[in-house]
Design a protein. Structure first.
Length: 310
């Protein structure tokens, strides 16, 4: 019972903050535009500060774990591939929709849901694992899924699409923060006390602001006649993805047991909050928004079950 209580203590505040955001928008204390501003600040300012703090404050040997990267990437790729094949062979969907469904099953909301849970359970290891997970997500999973989705629509040459993805990643504040943090760690550069404290303050705002914003964005989302696809994406994300990552870290243990636990924590959370935004280009935002709502709702049960087992 004590272990279950610890898990609920770690996950309860996450869902209470999401509920607070939902109620504030539902009761019109905030409107949707204001909530998007909070989410944008969390994504572009607070989260990069969090990643920079996690990486720059530790030796490079503790920050880079190739085995963790390989294991988490292998588990995520397996979930993406299985989701894609299921959508193509069983549901008879086109390449574009199958790729977007697979992306929903294999890309976690690691920063805004995974990190707050992992930080309470695993301490400083959570920040390092977050940076490694985001490398996999931003440099491999999202570009790969979107490239496959684009190939289904025949939109532009492969080289043009890859160049566009590379340009977007170079301008991504999260990728920049990871690069700067690894550089500071590798060169053992001193961080002035004033700058260090400023980064700490900004980084501390990332989780509460992001969770509040997620709750606000859930207002008005409706499944709307897509039950089979929504159920598949939701179960793929909350059950298949963590299973594949668990198998991968079992076969390729990262060495640090805490990192292995972190991999499962990040894999068992719902899909990224920008899932529906990424799908707008393919006119699939309704399906993805409905799947996000279903996953956020069901994840309170599944996350607690995974963590209690862990």
């Amino acid at each position: 019972m004590n272990a279950v209580g610890n898990v609920l203590a770690a996950t309860g505040p996450i869902y209470l903050l999401i509920l607070a955001g939902f109620l504030c928008v539902r009761l019109r204390v905030f409107d949707a535009t204001q909530v998007r501003v909070l989410g944008r600040f969390a994504t572009l300012v607070a989260l990069p500060a969090l990643l920079l703090r996690a990486l720059a404050s530790r030796p490079l040997g503790e920050v880079l774990s190739p085995r963790f990267l390989v294991a988490y990437a292998a588990g995520s790729l397996a979930a993406l591939a299985l989701g894609f094949v299921w959508a193509r062979r069983v549901r008879r969907e086109g390449v574009t929709k199958a790729a977007i469904m697979g992306m929903g099953m294999s890309g976690s909301n690691s920063a805004f849901v995974g990190y707050p849970i992992a930080s309470q359970l695993l301490g400083p290891t959570a920040g390092v694992a977050l940076a490694l997970v985001m490398l996999v997500e931003n440099l491999l999973m999202i570009p790969l899924a979107l490239s496959v989705a684009d190939s289904g629509g025949g939109s532009g040459s492969v080289l043009r699409r890859l160049a566009g993805l590379a340009h977007a990643m170079v301008r991504n504040p999260l990728v920049v923060a990871i690069a700067v943090g690894i550089t500071v760690s590798a060169l053992d550069l001193p961080v002035p006390a004033v700058l260090h404290q400023t980064i700490n303050i900004v980084a501390g705002s990332a989780s509460p602001l992001a969770l509040f914003a997620i709750g606000g964005t859930l207002v008005g989302l409706k499944p709307g006649g897509m039950l089979a696809d929504v159920a598949a994406i939701t179960l793929g994300k909350l059950v298949l993805h963590p299973l594949m990552v668990l198998l991968a870290v079992t076969l390729l243990p990262p060495g640090d047991g805490e990192l292995a636990k972190a991999a499962l924590v990040y894999a068992c959370v719902p899909m990224m909050s920008v899932y529906a935004v990424l799908a707008q280009k393919y006119q699939l935002e309704g399906l993805c928004a409905a799947a996000l709502l279903a996953a956020m709702t069901l994840s309170f049960l599944t996350i607690n079950l995974w963590l209690a087992w862990l």
